[in-house]
Each structure stands twice: as C-alpha cells, then as structure tokens.
Design a binder for this molecule. Sequence first.
Ligand code: ZN
Ligand code: ZN
Length: 211
Amino acid sequence: MLGNLLACQWFGPKCKFCGASLSAGKVHTAEGFDVCHECDRHAVRDLRTAQALVAEVRTEIVKFGIKLPWGAIPIKLAPSDNSAVHARCEAARYADGRVASIWIRFMPGMPKPMFKATAAHELTHAWAYLSRSPMKQDEALSEGAPTLLEYNYLERNPSVYGEHRRNAIMTSSNKSYGKGARRLQAYAKDHGGLAGVLTLLKTGQTIPQGY
Ligand SMILES: [Zn+2]
Ligand SMILES: [Zn+2]
C-alpha cells in the first residue's frame, strides 16, 4: 500500500504548469498540454485579458524598482516553435543601445499565476532594454536578474504554481535561469538587495567574480 502511494505521489503524471498531481483528473488543453483543472480554469487565451494582466503587473513591480519609461508595450499572444519557451521580450535596438521598437510575446494557455510571474520577468527585460543595458551582456546576468525578479514576485503572490516555480529556480542547474538567479541573490545581500541587482542589470556586463 505504502509503496503504491509513494509511487503515485512521486512518479505519477504532473500538471505541466503547477506540478500538482494529475491523479485526480486532468485536462488536455488546446495547446497540447496536460494540466490540472485549476490551471485550465485560469488559462489566459485572449489578448484583452493578457493586456490587462500585463498592465496590472506593470503597476505591481514598481515596488521592486521597475519603472518603465515607455507607453504601452505591445503584447502578442502566439505559440512559439519551442514549447519550453513560454514568453519572450523582443526589442529592435540601435547600435548605441536605444530601443527602436519593443514587444512581448506570450504563449497562449498559461494559467494566470504563471502568466503574471512571466510578465514580471519579461517586463524586467523590457526595463533593461529601455534603460539601455549593455548590448552584449552575459546571460547569467541578463536572464538571472529577470528570473530573480520573478522569484521575488512569486514570493509576494503565493500560488501552487509559484511554489513549484520558485523551487525550480532554487534547484535548477541551468547556468542562467537557475545558477544566475542564485548568484544574483547572493550579490543582492552585499549590494543593497534587489535595487543593487537592477543597477547591475542596467550597467554591468557580467556578475562580478566571487558570486
Ligand atoms: Zn496545474
Ligand atoms: Zn528571460
């Protein structure tokens, strides 16, 4: 009995987004993912909802020091070639770093808590570009900082998805999305918290040695 229970708990199918067990039932979404009912119920699939949520997150991240010097940022809701890429902030920039145009593309079907945390991450990229961050920046910094922002956002806005995602960030062996974020978390402790990390993102090429 116990063996079965453990097997079910640890090896059973899990929701693609929040990591919850799918043993109580699952939904195969239009996007082709197996998710729990909760994640399906809160899926963001229309552009107006996406735009409203991004505007909401944009206000929420001001308290983290992200103030975007720009009007509305165009939002696209479209699948990507790579299903592991949930969203992307794309900017066309001049050689001196100025932004000519910028937009954020989200994969349709993400549950709301995931969509919002992803928006916090992508808006941090937008903020860095619009603040003319260095064109050639080490990925551990350029991806680590938005991921750390996302981590902090999820901490303030708890959800089942958030717990799953924060754990992934803290344990991932990925050089940028895992280790980069954790190196910057250590950097933050010695450099005035998240504000110090954002200054580094805006002006630095790499995370300094020793972190
Ligand atoms: Zn779920
Ligand atoms: Zn990113």
